[in-house]
Every structure is written in structure tokens, then in C-alpha cells.
Design a protein around this ligand. Structure first.
Ligand code: CAA
Length: 296
């Protein structure tokens, strides 16, 4: 697996949480290089007030449970599985209190060559995160640096703990961001700020990230996970079919011109009139009752 697999090295104890029902073993993953942990499995189970949020956690070889450690293979596999699972409405991706993710494993990259990067298509594995059709919420506590910041930006919504720090420090390593840092960041915060962050390697605070629109909400660190789950649950009350169409439409804003995007949005809006859930949503409003969506 490419070095980017180590993006969650050291401090990143990543947890995938899902709005869903069925407990399942999502994927097996290899050990973190510097965590020294024994965690071997990513598992998903059910949590949340309405018991409709599935929580991923890890299980050690000793049988104890703890938050997931940097699974690269695990995340890609879990995302693929969640995409197929109709009971999953939304996904929460998080880390430890110290770090969401500190970036690709620098020590492992030291000896890499240009030809290895080209031939191994280094960093390409992560396109899976941005391709996921279901909403992904990044719950960022602590550091989101380099590939960690890029991973957060591949998600759909970023909630930040009040001590979170975002940055693209690759310049100090003699390289540049390679998984969207110069592209997604620029689109979100604008050229001047993106340039400042990428050229200096300086970090920004959670509060600044919110001000810039990089994060949509800042909450006390110890409430971050609960808030992210609450958000996933709220998304999960809507039609997952329409949520998917809506996500696709918002993402189109990043991929095309305004005119093309508006055309796409209008046609998608029209397309919702062919769904049972559009009919149910409007009928329920008119009848002053909660909608009973069937995702059809
Ligand atoms: N790769 C490898 N090891 C890392 C690491 C990384 N990205 N980040 C931290 N570590 C290791 C440290 O080397 C240290 O290991 P030892 O205990 O063996 O010495 C351990 O994690 C703890 O780190 P610190 O002692 O530095 O802890 P700190 O609290 O003082 O600082 C930090 C934390 C600010 C995250 C700091 O470690 C740091 O700046 N890390 C590097 C961040 C970085 O440059 N990320 C970009 C990587 S390149 C990339 O991601 C490219 C891309 O676009 C995909």
C-alpha cells in the first residue's frame, strides 16, 4: 500500500461512525507505524439517541475496544461497504483529541523516488473518500495537517473542536500538498489565504477555519463527536435518495461553471418530481404530519 496509507500515522486515531443499523466488521487494517497500538479491526455498531447512528470502533488483540487507529485500507473498504448498505445514511470520520491526522508518514516517504511515485500512483487511493455518495462529516479535533487537512476537505462537512488546527506544512518538507491542498483549499478559502497557508506552512485555528468557511461549526472538543453524530442523525431523518442528489448538486458547484451548475441543479430538481419521496415530503407538509420517506 502506498505511503499515504500512513496518513493517519502517530496521533490520528480515526473513528468512522455511520448513521446505520447493523453491527458489522467493516475491514481489517494494518498497525499504525508510530502509535504502537494493537488494534486490528474496524467494527461498526449502533449509537445515537434514536439508535440510528452506527459507530465504528476498533477491537484489540486483547479484546478491549478503543477508537480506530489510522486505517487506510480500512477507511476505503468501510466507505465502499457503507455506500452499498441501504441502512447507512451518513458517515462521521474523526480522530483522537490530539489529532485528526498529522499527514502522510514523513519518515516512510524519505527514501521515495519520483519513478516510484509515478509508477505507484502515490496518493491516488484517496479519491475513494471524495467519491463516496453518502454524506461524510469530518469531526476534527487537534491537528489536521498536510494529508490530514486534505482528507478533511475531501469530506462534505467539517466540524472542528475548539482546539483544532488546520495546515498544509508540506513546504517545510521541501514538497507541496499532493491530495488537494492547493486545489480544494483555494476554492474554499480563496487564493490569498490558501497561498499564505501553502507557502508558509502556518497553521490556522478552528475559529479562523470557521470564519473562512473551511469548517462549518466549532464546538468544545469534548462535545465534537456528539455534535457530529447529531448532525449525521439529522441528515438521516431525510430521504437518503434526495440527500444523495443534493450532495451531488452541491459538489457540482466545485466542478463546473455557474451556468452549467445551475442547469445541472435545475434538472436534478426536476428529477426529484419523479420520486416517491418528493411526493411524500410535500404531501406530509400539506397534511401537517412528519414525512415517511422510503428512499424511493
Ligand atoms: N509522519 C511521521 N511521523 C510523524 C508525523 C508525520 N506526518 N507527524 C508526527 N510524527 C511523529 C513525530 O516524528 C514524533 O515521533 P517520535 O515520538 O518517534 O519522535 C511523534 O509523531 C510525535 O510528534 P511530535 O513530537 O512532533 O509532537 P508535537 O505535539 O510536538 O507536534 C505535530 C505534533 C505538530 C503534528 C508535529 O509532529 C508535526 O509538525 N508533524 C508533521 C506534520 C506534517 O508535516 N504533515 C505533512 C506531511 S506530508 C503530507 O501529508 C503530504 C501530502 O500532501 C499527502
Amino acid at each position: 500500500m502506498a505511503n499515504f496509507a500512513k496518513i493517519f500515522a502517530s496521533r490520528a486515531q480515526n473513528v468512522l461512525q455511520t448513521a446505520g443499523r447493523q453491527p458489522q466488521v467493516a475491514a481489517r487494517f494494518s498497525r499504525s507505524v508510530s502509535s504502537g497500538s494493537n488494534w486490528e479491526f474496524i467494527k461498526t455498531d449502533v449509537t445515537g439517541e434514536k439508535k440510528n447512528v452506527g459507530r465504528d470502533h476498533t477491537e484489540s488483540s486483547q479484546g478491549t475496544e478503543c477508537p480506530l487507529q489510522r486505517p487506510h485500507e480500512g477507511i476505503s473498504t468501510a466507505l465502499q461497504q457503507f455506500s452499498k448498505d441501504k441502512s447507512i445514511a451518513a458517515i462521521v470520520l474523526t480522530g483522537s483529541e490530539k489529532a485528526f491526522a498529522a499527514g502522510a508518514d514523513i519518515k516512510e516517504m524519505v527514501g521515495n523516488t519520483y519513478s516510484q511515485c509515478i509508477q505507484g500512483n502515490f496518493l491516488n487511493d484517496w479519491v475513494e473518500v471524495a467519491r463516496t455518495q453518502k454524506p461524510i462529516i469530518a469531526a476534527v479535533n487537534g491537528y489536521a495537517l498536510g494529508g490530514g487537512c486534505e482528507l478533511a476537505m475531501m469530506c462534505d462537512i467539517i466540524y472542528a473542536g475548539d482546539k483544532a488546527k488546520f495546515g498544509q506544512p508540506e513546504i517545510a518538507l521541501g514538497t507541496i500538498p499532493g491530495a488537494g491542498g492547493t486545489q480544494r483549499l483555494t476554492r474554499v478559502v480563496g487564493k490569498s489565504k490558501a497561498m499564505e497557508m501553502c507557502l508558509t506552512g502556518n497553521m490556522i485555528s478552528a475559529q479562523e477555519a470557521e470564519k473562512l468557511g473551511l469548517a462549518s461549526k466549532v464546538v468544545p472538543a469534548d462535545q465534537l463527536l456528539a455534535e457530529a453524530i447529531k448532525l449525521a442523525e439529522k441528515i438521516g431523518t431525510h430521504s437518503s435518495l434526495i440527500v444523495q442528489l443534493c450532495k451531488e448538486s452541491v459538489n457540482t458547484a466545485y466542478e463546473t461553471t455557474l451556468q452549467e451548475g445551475l442547469k445541472f441543479e435545475r434538472r436534478t430538481f426536476h428529477a426529484t418530481f419523479s420520486t416517491a419521496d418528493r411526493k411524500e415530503g410535500m404531501t406530509a407538509f400539506a397534511e401537517k404530519r412528519p414525512a415517511n420517506f422510503t428512499n424511493e
